[in-house]
Design a protein around this ligand. Structure first.
Ligand code: AMP
Ligand code: ZN
Length: 274
């Protein structure tokens, strides 16, 4: 099966409707660009969302790539400028957070992930009629995350994973979908190059998560079939993993009002907004 067929099957399994409007979180990298390209090609209603992280020429190249692809695909692009909205670049925010007590134990990518998710959910709500946010997470990312959760004894964290995250019927929480959940990174890169998509292939200059790098070095030695097997195990175990989830439902952060599992959301804990 080629990438397109696999993605079609994945989306069929989560019963994504062509009437749904999907907001693709576009970083300018190959994965999320392929998501936008394929969703549009498969006939879904698509709009793009890009966060300008304000990280010098790297961010400029990402912004230009996203603009160009949206132009080619004829889709609307929503932009969020982190420097304008939050006063500083992602690098600055991350550094400031890491000098805080609350952020000390967190690696760069984890902090960046919390901030991006918070922005995406909040901004997607402001756009009329968005049913889901699609990200570019692929088979390699997901098998690494599952292995990390196993190795760190944090399996309950995997209860929030899957092709579609929307266990909580909450009007403030926009469902997140990962159309490339079962597609290997090498196949995505090959496809993106074959289609000549305008994409920034270099890694984020900020990426620093030594444990994930270690696990990635290991998963890079695996065959695609072996990575698929890891996720087949995830799928088999998923109903049981879900039972490990904390019994407490979703509530709203006392500071920012966003959906949260605790009284103060992860973002506000990191930002120490008091
Ligand atoms: P990362 O955490 O950088 O591996 O990114 C995971 C996913 O988040 C990507 O596949 C994109 O869908 C989305 N994403 C990452 N960076 C951005 C960005 N600057 N703007 C919009 N979406 C992003
Ligand atoms: Zn909050």
């Amino acid at each position: 099966m080629d990438i397109e067929q696999k993605v079609k099957q994945t989306l069929k399994n989560i019963e994504l409707s062509k009437k749904d409007k999907i907001l693709v979180a576009m970083s300018g990298g190959k994965d999320s660009s392929v998501v936008a390209y394929l969703l549009k090609k498969l006939g879904y209603k698509v709009e793009g969302f890009h966060i300008n992280l304000g990280m010098g020429s790297y961010s400029e190249r990402c912004l230009n790539a996203v603009k160009e692809l949206c132009n080619q695909l004829g889709i609307k692009l929503h932009l969020y400028d982190i420097k304008k909205e939050m006063g500083n670049s992602m690098c600055y925010l991350r550094n400031a957070i890491q000098t805080n007590e609350n952020g000390k134990e967190l690696k760069n990518c984890a902090i960046c992930g919390v901030i991006k998710k918070w922005i995406m959910n909040r901004e997607a709500r402001k756009i009329h009629g968005i049913s889901a946010i699609a990200t570019g997470h692929n088979l390699d990312d997901e098998s690494q995350t599952f292995l990390i959760n196993i190795l760190k004894g944090s399996l309950p964290l995997s209860a929030h994973s899957g092709v579609k995250t929307k266990n909580i019927a909450d009007r403030k929480f926009i469902a997140r979908i990962k159309p490339l959940f079962y597609i290997a990174e090498d196949d995505i890169r090959e496809f993106s190059k074959k289609m000549k998509l305008p994409v920034v292939y270099e890694k984020c200059p900020c990426a620093l998560d030594s444990y994930r790098i270690q696990i990635r070095q290991f998963t890079n030695t695996l065959e695609t079939g072996e990575k698929e097997n890891i996720m087949k195990n995830f799928d088999i175990l998923f109903p049981r993993i879900q039972k490990l989830k904390s019994k407490e439902g979703l509530r709203y952060c006392e500071i920012c009002g966003e959906p949260s599992r605790n009284s103060i959301c992860r973002m506000c804990q990191l930002m120490k907004i008091k």
